[in-house]
Design a protein around this ligand. Sequence first.
Ligand code: ADQ
Length: 529
Amino acid sequence: MADIAEVTQDLPPTAAASRVEEPNTVPRMAKSPSRSGRERRQVCPASQQRLVVVSNRVPVPKDGSNKAGGLTVALEGALKQSGGLWFGWSGETVENPSGEAKMVQSGNITFAVLDLTKQDYDEYYAGFANRALWPVCHYRLDLVQIERHELDGYFRVNHAFAASLAPLLRPDDVIWVHDYHFIPLASELRKLGCKNRIGFFLHIPWPPPDVASALPAYGRLLSSFGAYDLVGFHTPQDAENFQQCLTRENIGSPVGPGEHQIDSHRMRIGAFPVGIDIDTFGKMAAAAEDNALVRRTLTSLGDRDLIIGVDRLDYSKGLKQRIEAFSCFIKSNPNFRNRVTYIQITPKSRSDVPEYQQMQREIAEQAGWTNGSLGEVDWTPVRYVNRTVGHSPLAGLYRMSRIGLVTPLRDGMNLVAKEFVAAQRPEDPGVLILSRFAGAAHELDCAILVNPYDTEACGAAIARALQMPIEERRKRWATMMERLRSNTVQAWCQGFLDSLRSVSVESTGLFIEHDTRTNWSVPPGTPSP
Ligand code: ADQ
């Protein structure tokens, strides 16, 4: 989950002035009926149910900060609708965390964050989440590190988060848990008596059983998914892989498309491809033509065409293969020498994970070596930049690029691909070259789809994109825009929550109907009071 997990890590520390000093203003979790019972239960109409979002990083607001990405804005929008709580890690490590969440109120949204110890951080975040779950989910079994104490730390931190969240919950809250850091959170909440509807969305891919089973505590992790009412993925392929994993491990059984019965609990499994706020992004890109950084960059290019890559520095993004493909393109198409510039904007991430440190060195060396061997005194073919760029200049840079090079080896969705398309000029759009292993390829199949491992084919795709006739560029772009327009980030949010609100009612056995006279929701057949 890019905006939340990575980009918001730049958010400044919590504003002390806006701290809510009285955690008791948030009601304690009340007793609720059995998940499978048919007791009368006071349930708010769906529109009034409070939303609780749980994610590893929380965009705690601070005056003057304007770094929220589309996903954060969409989730905040959903939280604002009915009032909400956003819960997760503070981003801080301290010696003795209190175990009680620090609360910040902003309008009708409460942000509640917990500190971690250094050991928790090392084991849960840098350890199990990013050295076991991340590589396995990205099909990189060669990079998996299995350490028993990190696995223990992962479950311990999930237990601690659940214990801190439980007292903040109300019986009718709908809980939406995000990403691989928190797979066991629902099962930990259930152990503490939580009967709420709980949905989970995985922002990264889910691999097929032969790959996924390389995870330590595979069976335990899979079983813990059973505590959710809805589990969502970016693509039907990921959802199918996941259901196959459950079936192969004899964890419940499929009971129809996208439904899985585990004991008495029916869980829904679905694909919810995340979108972007296409109109806002398009407008921002158009306005950014006047942005100072964009104009300076344009001037620095002279009459060369721009090829752009924008990614966190992560081995899943295929940067090594991408630079190789660019190099192959130049060698096979010498007429393009000194006529194109490839800018790769790549902020470092997870620098405390050893695999990332090594990769950072390798990519920097490769970019330098490529420039040394291909460049001219007056031409640097690859500009490699380890920086975060603001959303507005980034949108402007996309807009002035002839090619967006988005070639991850594996990606849950890839929002850069969508942002690149949304930023283009309708009359003269650039071309998206997209890996077939990005979730975005399901919707953006009018991009030039490539196999990122095939260097020569990727090099040829760059040549093709640079020479693509304007009619073809416009046609491909218009089709992609149609797809993006029909699935915005707001629609994604709404779609997931609608599904969660409907599925959990059925799956818990509490077939709740709304009684307009009492404004209560009750199981059908319950006599009126
Ligand atoms: P990420 O792996 O971080 O997210 P991605 O979907 O591409 O990848 O999102 C990156 C976001 O960060 C984009 O909004 C992009 O604009 C921004 N960004 C990247 N580089 C930047 C830079 N140099 N400066 C400023 N902003 C930059 C995870 C999954 C993805 C999934 C998302 C959302 O790995 O597969 O698409 O969550 O679910």
